[in-house]
Design a protein around this ligand. Sequence first.
Ligand code: BG6
Ligand code: MG
Length: 222
Amino acid sequence: MKNIGFLFDLDGVIVDTAKYHFLAWKKTANKLNINFTQEHNELLKGVSRVASLEILLGIDNVKISEEEKQQILVDKNEDYLEYIGKMTAKEILPGVIMILDFLEKNNIKYALGSASKNAPFILKKVGLYERFSAIVDGNDVSKAKPDPEVFFIGAKKINVKPEKCVVFEDAIAGIDAANAAKMISIGVGDKATLNKADYVFGSLSEISESFMEKLVEETLKK
Ligand code: BG6
Ligand code: MG
């Protein structure tokens, strides 16, 4: 095994679950008479479930009790689980399998670093659970991204020094977390939005084997 590691965010990097979060939050918003749009949904990327609800309520400055909030979080997740329960390997985003195959072929360990408490369930649904050496999810962290905790735990779990890790992320908070951990950050998405990343690709399918080789060299030299 090489003493470098790769860490992957889940939602927006491995699978596109933002559409399911949107449908579940939309149902919540309708019940509360909040005008929740796709643009608002963008603000929830990389944000924890609890923080997402606060953002949703903030759209129309809706005030509800702590008890109601707890019930909404349970209901929202039940709706979300219905969607993700139907996921299959077909929903793995283009480019993911090539990258995981490359890492395995080159004896490089990789782990998941996600804010989602549903991460293990989703990975099992799409058939990738067994391939990850370690999984760090929303249940394991006390500080949300942009705090680097999730990636520090991931690096520790695969026994690699943080500075010897590469992170794939689609959210600004995730790129900030990777940079704070002194890891090489790869943004997946819009170049202007993710401009603090060391490298940005519109999609993982744009990443070539030769780029991966270069990345490995760069990480080994750090
Ligand atoms: C992140 C998503 O990965 O997980 C967020 O980008 C989501 O949109 C967060 O709110 C928490 O997910 P879950 O599955 O625990 O509700
Ligand atoms: Mg994400």
